[in-house]
Design a protein. Structure first.
Length: 385
């Protein structure tokens, strides 16, 4: 069952406050009013010569030569009745005026509260329909302004995510188009006799097909990273050895690009890990470095124990990362404004790497002194006791 509207509840709450106050006022006045009135009348009578019993010294009424005692009592009774009647009328008028004021106040307050809420509702519905650029005007009330700020922040985050998604779709279309076009060209050349089905042609075709397979694999890994649904085959492994194996697998690629890949000596770093998955983490980090450092650059892997954690750091001498981007380099779809997709990259490798590492109970952190000064990515996992 739905609750009554906010405006009705504000009205009822104000009327409840007025009612409680009126009841307290009526009870208090009913109990104290007559007694205080009688006391004041007695004091007035004493000033005019009444005795303590309400009569004058000569046995008269309410004052010298004003009549007998019964007349004084009758006048006092009439004054009391008049006072009670006047008080009742005044309280009734005050209660009515209070109810009217409470109704008007509730209407004004509810209008001031509900108007910005209605604007927020309209904006949220527009956002739900895909208009992420909608924003709520900031109300003057602090609490409502905070709520409007949160709604606007949500809209900004949704807009940024949508822009990243659109860029990713565009990049993926480009990544898919390139190998598909190459394969189509090879097939057409084979059909026309332009190419021969020799080892070179078949090797080139196999390279393009593997590129498509890697892209499909990355997309599947991204979905599992978002859902934290990795099927891990945990075993006792050395994190440094896993990093060393990934280094050996990409050594030829670094050498062909004219870059230096260095693996520093590491202590024993026993962890519980899926070696294949963690190998994918270091492969993604190394490929990321390969795509963002110029020829002649250097990538160095170092390892150490940090308390109860094993840490392996991949440090490069490449483009570096601006401070405002450090918190976003692991976001899915994130790419620095104005940058273009690196050859063979999908822009989701770091997202996948962090998802796999967190599924192991660890994390990846990024650090950089600034643009043009390289970057460092540190993988940490809990050490086995």
């Amino acid at each position: 069952m739905r609750r009554p509207s906010l405006s009705l509840r504000l009205l009822l709450s104000n009327l409840a406050v007025v009612t409680v106050g009126a009841v307290a006022l009526i009870v208090t006045v009913s109990l104290l009013g007559p007694r205080l009135f009688d006391t004041q009348v007695e004091r007035i009578g004493q000033r005019y010569g009444w005795g303590a019993d309400g009569t004058s010294p000569g046995g008269g009424g309410p004052g010298r030569d004003m009549g007998s005692g019964p007349q004084a009592s009758a006048v006092e009774a009439e004054l009391t009745d008049a006072f009670n009647h006047s008080l009742t009328v005044a309280l009734g008028v005050a209660l009515g005026a209070g109810a009217i004021a409470a109704t008007a106040g509730a209407a004004l307050v509810s209008r001031g509260v509900l108007r910005p809420l209605d604007r927020m509702r309209v904006v949220v519905r527009r956002m739900a329909a895909g208009h992420y650029d909608e924003r709520v005007p900031e109300p003057s009330d602090r609490e409502l302004a905070d709520l409007a700020g949160d709604v606007n922040a949500l809209g900004g985050a949704l807009q940024e995510t949508e822009q990243r998604r659109a860029r990713l779709v565009s990049d993926l279309a480009h990544e898919l188009r390139t190998p598909i076009t190459s394969l189509d060209g090879f097939i057409e050349g084979l059909e026309d006799g332009v190419f021969q089905a020799d080892a070179e042609t078949l090797g080139a075709m196999r390279g393009e097909s593997r590129r498509l397979l890697r892209l499909a694999t990355d997309l599947g890994a991204l979905s599992r990273a978002d859902e934290q649904a990795f099927d891990l085959q945990l075993e006792v492994a050395d994190l440094g050895a896993i990093a060393a194996q990934a280094t050996r697998g990409l050594a030829a690629s670094f050498a062909a690009a004219g870059m230096t890949l260095t693996l520093a000596p590491m202590p024993d770093l026993p962890v519980s890990a899926d070696s294949d998955r963690m190998g994918q983490v270091f492969t993604n980090l190394l490929r990321n470095a390969l795509q963002h450092i110029p020829a002649g650059g250097t990538v160095t892997l170092t390892g150490e124990r940090r308390g109860a954690s094993a840490a392996v750091t991949v440090t490069d001498t490449g483009e570096g990362i601006a401070p405002e981007h450090l918190d976003h380099v692991f976001d899915r779809f994130f790419r620095i404004d104005g940058s273009t997709p690196a050859p063979g990259g999908t822009g989701i490798g770091l997202t996948i790497a962090r998802g796999i590492t967190r599924a192991h109970g660890g994390d990846i952190d990024a650090a950089s002194p600034g643009l043009g000064r390289g970057a460092a990515f540190t993988v940490t996992l809990p050490l086995r006791p």
